[in-house]
Design a protein around this ligand. Structure first.
Ligand code: PLP
Length: 367
């Protein structure tokens, strides 16, 4: 068939292995998946209670404008409804942006390492990908990224906090960058982990999008809200920008169920507060482990942590999997000899760290 040149040789996204497949492969009964930064506590119990007692006419298409969900998100974020664009996960928003702005002859600038979908979507559209290593503070090097911007640059991606490293881009860096960037280049600020951020140097980004017509914020219900299965992400930008992107969106991209549970999840901010506290405590278990064993780690403002294991990360990943723990190998993320682990419950973290300690001791890595 007559494939687009750009699609030839592309590899599909490799998700963390599904739990059932690992159970079968290793004959295990219990698997702990700490690979995709899902919320280990699940979603608000109010959502579960609602789903048990609800009934829908499944023959009817969802509301293409997602009015009720839109109103709830607009009120929660404190933005006008027309400044919102909903996606089937923020993954779909990345695809909408790429289809709208990238193509042969254009280029796009992003950090390295960062979230893999920016690059994949750009490649599909045939755009040149310019990757800029993080600076020595392990943050996006926005000066170096700005230096990569030329007349053909259409989109710059800033992932803050960054996946897979976990740190934020600080306020003055973002403000300087926006002030210097040509107004016809779109900046996407991916804030998938915004609910976990505690760094006082992180800016309130809402006033920034009101100031800059070329800034789009991107958020999701897949991480802190524990609703990854429902596939809801959204972008916040000025109405004129959202109106340009909207025709590229699939017409019924959020399901009926997703649209009714998002307002319920948003109404339970106590739950998000609790998850944040559990996450903060869990992160300390990993930091203590790294410090005890002299392993480097990236300070994280998210629900995952990237840390050194001083061993082949694919091997350790396999070994952990055979013992019932699914994590992400740093090698797959461009950071060999590191693992990226989603912060689980206290018990899950302790269980994983005990296995990891045993594996690394056997390899002679630990002092
Ligand atoms: C998980 C993640 C997403 C995608 O989330 P969905 O809304 O589930 O598609 C986007 N960006 C980053 C940085 C992520 O980690």
């Amino acid at each position: 068939m007559k494939w687009k040149e750009t699609v030839k040789g592309l590899k599909a996204y490799e998700p963390g292995k599904p739990i059932d497949a690992v159970k079968r492969e290793f004959g295990l009964e219990e698997i702990t998946k700490l690979a995709s930064n899902e919320n280990p506590l699940g979603c608000s119990p109010k959502v579960n209670a609602f789903l048990k007692e609800t009934d829908f006419n499944f023959a009817i298409y969802p509301d293409g404008y997602a009015q009720n969900m839109r109103t709830a998100v607009a009120e929660h974020a404190g933005v006008p409804e027309r400044d919102l664009l909903f996606g089937n996960g923020s993954d779909e928003i990345i695809s909408i942006i790429s289809r709208s702005l990238l193509g042969p002859g254009t280029n796009t600038v992003m950090a390295k390492p960062t979230f893999s979908q920016y690059k994949l979507n750009a490649q599909i559209e045939g755009a040149e990908v310019r990757e800029v290593p993080l600076n020595d503070k392990r943050e996006h090097d926005l000066d170096a990224m700005l230096a990569q911007v030329d007349d053909n640059t259409s989109v710059v991606w800033i992932c803050s906090p960054n996946n897979p490293t976990g740190g934020v881009t600080n306020r003055s860096a973002i403000e300087n960058f926006l002030a210097k960037l040509p107004a016809d280049v779109l900046v996407v600020l991916d804030e998938a982990y915004i609910e976990y951020v505690t760094d006082p140097n992180y800016p309130d980004t809402l006033p920034l999008y009101k100031q800059y017509p070329n800034l789009l914020l991107m958020r999701t219900f897949s991480k802190a809200y524990g609703l990854a299965a429902f596939r809801v992400g959204y972008a916040i930008g000025q109405e004129a920008l959202v109106r340009k992107l909207d025709p590229v969106r699939a017409p019924f991209n959020n399901t009926v169920l997703s649209q009714v549970i998002v307002p319920i999840a948003l109404s339970d901010q106590d739950y998000i507060e609790k998850c944040r506290a559990v996450n903060k405590a869990g992160k300390k278990q990993y930091v203590a482990f790294c410090e005890r064993h002299g392993l480097d780690y990236y300070p994280s403002d998210t629900n995952f942590i990237l840390f050194e294991i001083k061993a082949d990360s694919n091997e350790v990943f396999q070994e952990l999997m055979s013992r019932g723990y699914i994590v992400r190998s740093g090698a797959a993320l461009g950071v060999p000899n590191y693992l990226r682990v989603t912060i689980g419950t206290e018990e899950q973290n302790a269980g994983l760290l005990a296995q990891l300690e045993d594996i690394l001791a056997t390899k002679g890595v630990l002092a």
